[in-house]
Structure formats: C-alpha cells, structure tokens
Design a protein around this ligand. Structure first.
Ligand code: ADP
Length: 456
C-alpha cells in the first residue's frame, strides 16, 4: 500500500518527466526538419548560381581564367561547398579547397582525392559551341546541419530543455505537496467521520469544509448518513421505550387481577372476566396498530397504485359511517365535487379516511356534526374532515401526528385510543406524496385537511 500523498507526488513527477521528454524529442525533430528543408533549398540556389557563373564564363571564350577561378574559390568558401572542375579527359584542373592551379597536371591521383568522401556531388557537363569540354562538380557536406552556429543553436535549446526539466520536476513536487495537503485533510476527516459512524458516535461527526466538489459531495453524504442513522437510532429507542411503556401498565393490571382471581381474593364474575377480556382486546389492538405503524414508517410500505375517483371512495365510506353516527346522534354530511382523480392505493386511502372519520366520531359529542368536503385547485385534490367536536389545544396541535400522543390522557383512555391512528394517517398521506394539516379550536371543533396531487 502506498499513501495518497506519495502516489500523487510520484504521478506528478512522472507526468512532468514524460511531458518534458516528449517536448525535447518533438522540438528536436521539428528543428532538424526545418533546417534540413531550409539547407536543401539554399543548396539548390547555391548550385544554380555556381553553374550559371561557370557557364557564363565559358560562353565568352571557352576557358575559365584565373580571375574567374579565384572568384569560384571565394564562392566555394563562402557557400561552404567544394567545387571541382575536370577537363574532357576527367583530369582535375581545379579544386576549390586547394590552392588554385595546384590540381593542374596532377593526373588521376589527384582526381580521386579531389572528391571528398563525406560530400555528395552534383555533376554538370560543360559545353562550348556545342562540344563538351569538361565537367563541373559541386559538393555539399553530407551531414546537412554543418554550420557550427546551427549545432550551437540546437545544443543551447537542449540545455534550456534540461533546465526546464529540473524546474518542472521541482514545480511538480511543490504543487503536488500543496494538492496533497488540500486533498488529504478532508479525506482524513471523512475517514474519522465514518469511523465515528461505525462506532455509533453520530454526535462526533463534524461538518467537513472543502472546496473540492466531489469531496464536498462525499462529506455532505456522510453527514446526511450520520444524521439519518442517528435519527433512526433515536426512533428505534423511542419506539421500544414507548412500546414497553404502553404494554407495561395494561399487563400489570391484567397480572394483578389474575393473581387476585387465582388467590381467591376476587370472584371470577362475568363482569370481571369481561373487563379482563377488554384489556386483552385493547392490547391486541395496540400491538396490531404498532405493527401497522412499523410497516408504514419503514420503507417497506408498497402502494398498489391506480387511478382513484375520490368522490366514489369518500361517498361509500361516508355511507358506511351513517349508522354509527346516528347511534351518537351526529349529523354526517358529504360535500363532494365529482370527477376528482388521484393516483393512489385504494385500500390505503380508505384507511386514511376511515381513521380520520373514526377520530371525528370519537371526539365529537352527541348531537354534533361532521362534514367531509372534496374540492380541487389547479393541481391538487383537497379533502377536509370538519367536526364540531371537542377540539385540540393550540399547544398540542404540533404533536397530534406524533405516535402515542393523546390529547388528554384520561379522556382518550376512555375512547380506547393509543395515539397511533394519526401517525399512521400521516405516514400514509406522505407515502402518497400528499400533506396533512390540522386546524382546531378547543371546544369548537377540528378540521383535518389533506392535499394530494391530481392524477394527470
Ligand atoms: P387516538 O387513538 O388516541 O385517537 P390518534 O393518533 O388518532 O390517537 O390521535 C391522537 C390524538 O389527537 C388523540 O388522542 C386526540 O387527543 C387528538 N385528536 C385526534 N383527532 C381529533 C379530533 N377530530 N378532534 C379532537 N382531537 C383529536
């Protein structure tokens, strides 16, 4: 395993090394090509000039005099070429790199030495009045870049490249050190956070500040994860606390009553047994409600969605409630607009409406009234359950949807509720993408409003 900092530094050095080497190679190739083209072009021009000069000299009188030879020698020196003149018998009569006339009359021995091995020669026939009288050879150095200045230039450039190579490596080390610091600090903090999460120390998960986009997203996700896990843990703790609290008291009552019956302290009269049975029924209902709550609160709730005609559903439910309402002399009305559709799970929607109507029934005194309205706005279906019941205290309004919340402990006990119904309703509404709110005035009544997105 290699640390992140070492890896970044190693990579930066390798990248700058490769970059500089590639630049050195490419620019050397470029310079060579550029020079070669230039020099070849220049050679052509030089050749043309020399050939023209020699031809013009011959055209006049058929010979090249010493003044002209001296000019050729000068030119050869100046243009960095070798000029060789031969007569018709291939006798060398002039070699620019040697003293003038030295070559004359030296025969074949001279002939060979006059053409240098590291030169390439261009040969031209020399004619006077239609007859070949000799040969002109112009030799250029085979190695194109010959000038000392040219080589010096390339050498200097390469020295500069080597210097820039060292500067690049130093810069790479320096910059990667900076980068490493910037990157590793948040990564170490993120590592500490995940360690704290794994140990369950959610409160120790700090907010991590970094301007690197991906790391920032990772840090935010980790914080969110810690927040959610801590919330889940608290929920779990509260739920198990609540459950044990809710079950302990009825169990204690049952236990003491049964012990008294077993000890013969109490007579097992039908009324007593009926009370015990009621207590068991209540506990069973509580456990069922809790089970339902766990399902709707967890992510496992799957909605069997279809297009639902709310007017149909609500009117059927209202009709079903009428006998119950009559028994308490409560007037139940429905004001339902037609053709309002939402996408939802019919059974779950029914569960919501039944729960709210049951509450309205429970918390409305004899002779009261309950109204259910269904309207729509541009994009929402709005359902209201309005009762003229006992109402909810202002300070309690925010808690009614919390599980195990009961408006008035003793009063609600009589109604048999465990404070779970509205929690289930809220979760179901949420699962449908809707919202539920409550307005209430103590002693006057309550209005529960649900809004769902209309089906398109
Ligand atoms: P419960 O089983 O106790 O009815 P819920 O979760 O359904 O549990 O309701 C929580 C509490 O909210 C109730 O105990 C009651 O105090 C209050 N509540 C609910 N609906 C109404 C209503 N229509 N009018 C007055 N109070 C209500």
């Amino acid at each position: 395993m290699i640390s992140l900092s070492k890896r970044i530094m190693k990579n930066s050095i390798v990248i700058s090394l490769i970059t500089v080497i590639v630049i050195i190679i490419l620019s050397n190739i470029g310079i060579k090509y550029y020079f070669t083209d230039y020099v070849l072009e220049q050679n052509k021009v030089d050749n043309e000039e020399i050939i023209t000069y020699v031809n013009t000299s011959i055209e006049n009188d058929g010979i090249i005099d010493s003044r002209e030879l001296s000019y050729l020698k000068q030119q050869a020196h100046f243009k960095n070429v070798e000029i060789v003149l031969q007569d018709i018998d291939r006798e060398v009569i002039f070699v620019s790199s040697m003293g003038m006339g030295k070559g004359m009359g030296m025969g074949n021995a001279m002939h060979k030495e006059s053409f240098k091995e590291d030169y390439t020669y261009l040969e031209k026939q020399l004619s006077y009045e239609g007859e070949t009288i000799g040969y002109l050879s112009i030799g250029h150095y085979k190695n194109i870049i010959t000038a000392k200045e040219d080589n010096d230039f390339i050498y200097t450039i390469n020295i500069l490249y080597v210097i820039s190579f060292f500067i690049a490596v130093l810069l790479a080390i320096f910059l990667s050190l900076l980068l490493v610091r910037r990157l590793t600090r948040p990564i170490i903090e993120i590592k500490d956070s995940t360690h704290n999460i794994s140990k369950g120390n959610y409160e120790r998960v700090k907010s991590i500040k970094t301007d690197t986009k991906e790391l920032n997203e990772l840090a935010t996700s980790i914080e969110e994860l810690a927040r959610q896990l801590s919330e889940q843990e608290q929920l779990r703790k509260r739920l198990s606390n609540d459950i044990s609290h809710e079950l302990r008291s009825p169990l204690a009552v049952l236990r003491s009553q049964i012990e008294a019956l077993m000890d013969g302290v109490l007579e097992p009269s039908p009324e007593r047994l009926a009370k015990l049975n009621d207590e068991i029924v209540r506990m069973t209902k509580l456990i069922n409600d809790l089970n339902e709550l766990v399902i709707v609160e967890s992510e496992h709730l799957r909605l069997n969605t279809s297009k639902v005609n709310l007017e149909n559903e609500l009117s059927t439910i209202i009709e079903g409630f009428i006998p119950l309402m009559d028994s308490k002399d409560i007037k139940l009305m429905g004001q339902l607009e037609k053709d309002i559709f939402i996408n939802g799970d019919r059974d779950r929607l029914k569960q919501i409406f039944v729960n709210l109507l049951t509450n309205a029934y429970k918390y409305t005194n004899r002779g009261g009234s309950i109204k259910v309205t269904l309207t729509k706005s541009t994009d929402e279906a709005i359902i209201r359950f309005i009762d003229s019941g006992i109402g909810i205290r202002k300070e309690d309004l925010t808690y009614v949807f919390q599980r195990f919340y009961r408006g008035d402990e003793s009063r609600s006990r009589k109604t048999g509720g465990a404070g779970i119904g509205l929690s289930i309703v809220k979760e179901l509404v949420k699962a449908h993408g809707g919202i539920i709110t409550v307005d209430s005035e103590l002693g006057k009544g309550s209005t529960f409003t649900i809004k769902f997105k209309l089906a398109t």
